[in-house]
Design a protein around this ligand. Structure first.
Ligand code: HEC
Ligand code: HEC
Length: 223
């Protein structure tokens, strides 16, 4: 069981733990989104079209995305396909991902890939960002409402989990949101909302909040 980092007083705490418990039950009894046949199809599709950039090998050019929830990957793949993400020449890594969009043009491909990524267990990763986690905890107070007390994400608010992502990627994306390279497209209301949430933070603040978020993945690994 993932442990919340923030101490919450009852009765809110009770409500939260009940919600976590029902989520757990739902999670346990959840029917897999893919049949065995679909899973095998998605697996070879992913190996052919995506692994070259999304593996844990040193030469990887993209983030490790194993375990991202299907609703989030689906939303992002649709954004890449429709040019809402991945068309800005100033954002070179996004452009790279955008160059793969001919591989997931139809909705069925996106459904298969998103559900497949969801089923991959999150991978442990190296930590490379240094920052002051204590300061970061204070800053995280502004993120918590959308991303959850332990970075678990919130589907209702379309806010992805942060506790399964590599720290370099978190910092990279925060810098992009803060500098207008992500979350600027008029058809990207959630990206715009995220970019707006970083108003007033400087680069040290971003490093510190990432240092704090790193602690969530430690909690994840010791489960
Ligand atoms: C040529 C390299 C490359 C290929 C091929 C590629 N990707 Fe990516 N992908 C990237 C990069 C780089 C990023 C990060 C973009 C950024 O920095 O904003 C990314 C981002 C993503 C994201 C968003 C992650 C997030 O946290 O927002 C998803 C989902 C994704 N890729 C899925 C796929 C899938 C599925 C395939 C195969 C059909 C694929 N990618 C093929 C390079 C690639
Ligand atoms: C108002 C809600 C909200 C707040 C507050 C917020 N976020 Fe977000 N965040 C989002 C949404 C929604 C997205 C997804 C954007 C998209 O679809 O591209 C996101 C995306 C991200 C991503 C990109 C993840 C990925 O996989 O590419 C990071 C990193 C992130 N947020 C970190 C933070 C941090 C750190 C804070 C606090 C300083 C914060 N967010 C505050 C809503 C929020």
């Amino acid at each position: 069981m993932k442990r919340p980092i923030f101490q919450i007083e009852s009765p809110q705490r009770l409500v939260l733990s009940m919600a976590a418990c029902s989520l757990l039950i739902l999670g346990c009894s959840r029917k897999p989104a893919l049949t065995e046949e679909e899973f095998a199809k998605a697996e070879s599709f992913f190996a052919e079209s995506c692994l070259i950039c999304h593996s844990a090998q040193e030469m990887q050019r993209g983030p490790i995305i194993d375990g991202l929830p299907a609703w989030y990957s689906k939303a992002q793949l649709e954004k890449f396909r429709d040019g809402v993400r991945g068309q800005n020449p100033e954002n070179r890594s996004e452009l790279l991902m955008g160059s793969a969009r001919d591989r997931f043009e139809d909705d069925e491909a996106i459904r298969l890939l998103s559900a497949y990524i969801d089923e991959l267990p999150p991978k442990p990763h190296m930590k490379v960002v240094r920052g002051n986690a204590e300061r970061g905890q204070l800053i995280y107070g502004t993120c918590l409402l959308c991303h959850g007390a332990y970075g678990q994400g919130n589907e209702r608010l379309r806010s992805p989990p942060l506790n399964i992502l590599e720290d370099w990627y978190l910092l990279d994306q925060l810098r992009k949101f803060a500098s207008g390279k992500r979350g600027y497209h008029p058809e990207d209301p959630y990206g715009i909302q995220m970019a707006y949430s970083l108003k007033g933070f400087n680069d040290q603040d971003l490093k510190d909040v990432v240092a704090y978020i790193q602690g969530f993945s430690e909690a994840l690994e010791t489960e």
